[in-house]
Design a protein around this ligand. Structure first.
Ligand code: SDX
Length: 428
């Protein structure tokens, strides 16, 4: 169903088509605006601009709704695995038994990286940021496996998705092992997705790491909750790069770089660092809240606020519950969790945050959950990238499946110097 919007410019009325999505979202189609009016639109940060039509994920920021292919995240949490959710997000429906078995086998067979690639990890300094290694090594995969560069049919797509999802685990764990001076651990075919990652992260030659079922389930849940999230900064980056017909691996490597920023996927580390600083300083939470409100030196409440959610991020609620369960099962407490809870309670009652509709987002509790699982903080954003890989793959696939797809090339309003001439050096 579509309609018409009327725009009056300099006395002339223009009619523009409107578009309505399956959840009633409405848009004005401005694809012919410049040709008919000579005007472009300007929208800092794209807060009001849709870049595409997509059938993958739906968010209602006011109601705090998140659905993957129409299934609410709450219905998947605790019932669906990360691998099953990845299939849903990438291929559009929950996998049949046959599809699930086929994809799991592909993931198991694709877990190893080329033996030559393993040498790269010891060429990085031990202090190298794992996100830099992740992005570099995802691109390197295409140097070793040309079959993932050219994707011509569904079978190629399925294999490329499995290769990327499986090997990103191995690369992440290898980056960690190299950073702590331990031997890289080979994947095992008999382990499930999360368990295999934890094995490669924490097993050593003289002892295999066996995660408790609760830890494995918590990691599965963490990854599933991060699987996709509409046109966020990193997913839009994957689409931007993919729109030039760059291959899946190059596009997702670019997504890793966008996710790295502290305003995006880097917020899970920044949130835990913020909590740790409050704890180490002994500063009352109320004093920190005051600093945030006074905008002292740009202090923000990391893990709070969201461009789309103006209500609770449904993922933060689920993560908070999982933290409680994992810590209870381990008979542990975490002082940072106590501070997080106090901060959340203070912010939810404070007009400064209420007026700006600032609520905990996915990054507020995710770092505390990763701590409880035993993941070191320098790996937190890498974990986000592993979880988001299905969403990046799904968006790249949706973009490339569109026969009318065009290269992304936004316009601008030029504000620089007008017509200038070159001047000889002595006259500058
Ligand atoms: C993710 O897009 C996605 O879907 C992302 C993500 C995904 O799954 O892909 O959900 C993952 O990136 C979650 C967000 C993680 N980032 C953080 O937690 C960093 C802290 N949050 C902020 O930097 C901020 O809230 C953003 C970046 C998340 C959103 O920024 P916006 O939409 O540009 O909001 P804004 O900066 O315009 O803020 C509006 C107001 C401002 O105050 P005023 O100038 O109007 O007085 O709210 C204030 C901001 O100063 N504000 C905050 C704040 N976030 C916004 N004040 C204190 N602490 C904060 N965290």
């Amino acid at each position: 169903m579509s309609g018409t919007a009327r725009l009056e410019i300099d006395g002339t009325v223009y009619e523009l088509d409107t578009v309505v999505g399956s959840e009633g979202e409405r848009a004005i189609d401005i694809s012919k605006l410049r040709a008919t009016t000579g005007y472009i639109t300007l929208d800092d940060g794209y807060g009001n601009t849709g870049s595409c039509r997509s059938a993958i994920t739906y968010i209602d920021g006011d109601a705090g709704i998140l659905r993957y292919r129409g299934i609410p995240i709450e219905n998947l949490a605790g019932r669906s695995s990360f691998v099953e959710t990845a299939w849903l997000v990438i291929f559009g429906s929950l996998p049949t038994v046959e599809e699930r078995d086929r994809f799991s086998a592909l993931l198991g067979e694709s877990a190893m990286i080329d033996e030559v690639m393993r040498k790269h990890f010891h060429a990085f300094p031990q202090t190298a940021p794992p996100m830099a290694i992740l992005s570099a090594m995802i691109n390197t995969l295409s140097a070793h496996d040309h079959g993932v560069i050219q994707i011509d049919d569904d079978s190629d797509m399925e294999r490329a998705a499995a290769v990327l999802m499986s090997k990103v685990r191995t690369i992440a764990a290898a980056a960690y092992k190299a950073s702590v001076g331990e031997p890289l651990v080979y994947p095992r075919y008999d382990l499930k997705y999360a368990e295999n990652f934890l094995h490669m992260m924490f097993s050593v030659p003289y002892r295999n790491y066996e995660p408790t079922p609760e830890v494995a389930a918590a990691l599965n849940l963490f990854l599933m909750l991060h699987a996709d999230h509409e046109q966020n900064c990193s997913t839009s980056t994957v689409r931007m790069v993919g729109s030039s017909k760059a291959n899946l691996f190059a596009s997702c490597a670019a997504g890793v770089c966008a996710l790295w920023g502290p305003l995006h996927g880097g917020a899970n580390v920044a949130a835990v660092q913020m909590l740790q600083q409050i704890y180490d300083s002994g500063m009352p939470v109320s004093e920190f809240v005051t600093r945030v409100k006074n905008r002292d030196a740009g202090v923000k409440l990391m893990g709070f606020g969201h461009r789309v959610y103006k209500n609770f991020d449904p993922r933060s609620r689920i993560l908070k519950k999982s933290v409680d369960e994992v810590l209870a099962q381990q008979d542990k407490t975490d002082s940072l969790l106590d501070i997080a809870r106090e901060l959340e309670a203070a912010a939810l009652e404070d007009d400064y945050f209420i007026e700006r509709k600032l609520y905990p987002n996915v990054d507020f509790y995710s770092g505390i959950l990763l701590r409880a699982i035993g993941i070191p903080s320098e790996m937190f954003t890498v974990m986000f990238a592993i979880g988001r890989m299905p969403g990046w793959i799904a968006n790249w696939k949706e973009l490339n499946d569109d026969p009318k797809g065009r290269i992304y090339r936004p316009r601008q309003i030029y504000t620089g110097p007008t017509d200038q001439d070159w001047a000889p050096r002595g006259e500058r």
